[in-house]
Design a protein around this ligand. Sequence first.
Ligand SMILES: *Cc1c(COP(=O)(O)O)cnc(C)c1O
Length: 377
Amino acid sequence: MPPLPNSRPHLNTLPPYTPVLPFEVRAAQLGRSPEDILKLDANENPYGPSPLARRALADLRYAHIYPDPESRALREALARFTGVPAEYLLAGAGADELIDLLMRVMLDPGDTVLTCPPTFGMYAFDARLNAARVVEVPRITNRDSPFATSLDLPAIRRAVAEHRPKLLFLATPNNPDGSLPAPEVLGALLGLPTLVVLDEAYIEFADDDLGRAASRIRQVPRRENLVVLRTFSKWGGLAGLRVGYGAFPEWLLPTLWKAKQPYNANVAAQEAARATLHDLDERRLVVAHLRHERERLRLALQAIPYLEPYPSQANFILCRVTGRDAAALQRTLAEKHGILVRHFATPGLEDHIRVSVGRPQDTDRLIAALQEIASTG
Ligand SMILES: *Cc1c(COP(=O)(O)O)cnc(C)c1O
């Protein structure tokens, strides 16, 4: 036998794959039926898809035909929804696919990507997959009450000058803390010599018109250095279908079209997303429920003696855990109460949990469990 060829050497330095257990498997592990699990660990939408999206899925006629590679009908509907002409928009299998696509077309090995942790893990993951260097400029945690983070603008300026990153990734609102950067900070970042990627996965929760006031997406056609990514996974309740989109500057679009997989957005995803855009009044109501519940949940979390919640513009709340182990708290919630929340092993976040905003009954169940844990230790 001749020796086998190698996979690309830089991949050997990536951490090994750790599987995310499917929901049903996790439920079985915890000795519960899936319906009895309260899943607050991945910011999914507990109300699910809109009625028109459900109907579109039930009535799907062309599942046996390949999807439109240009997602024309969806992009036209997105143009009406976002106010950005369809030619600037590209749909994908979730925002995650578009993060990967953008990095694949932009990065040579050794190029630099700038991130501001704590933040969404896929930026660093995809950068390393592309043999890029990740430069991190940590957010500043304001340890006063209420807890909050902000971007370290002077340090970002210095890092851009020193490392010349090709891409700067920012989640707005940020995952996991739910903060939005101040407009003047965003304005300053857009003046830097790098391509700024705003990941607006949660922007629809930031104001009462599905993100219209808070989003920067309408600036994309007027700028050379701004990309905005959005998704149907959170506000749209379509996480399982994998559908997202982005607005990209004109110079970058031909390259993205060349590089993208032709059938990246599947028929069911395109149809369900399009139907969601025809059901915006219903979605506004769902988002209003979640925004209202976010405030009720935050006040209830604040009243738990060992939790300090951060203010959030998204559909989750990050909490610092004081006087007890956050990982143990996560385990107790899962094993004793069937409630899944997110704990991060990431440096700086070990003493935190992140809780997705659910329905009123979900808040009640979570708070009852947290109170019981408070009284029993
Ligand atoms: C959930 C999430 C995404 C992923 O979106 P998909 O469309 O489901 O791939 C992207 N960015 C952030 C910050 C997220 O939290």
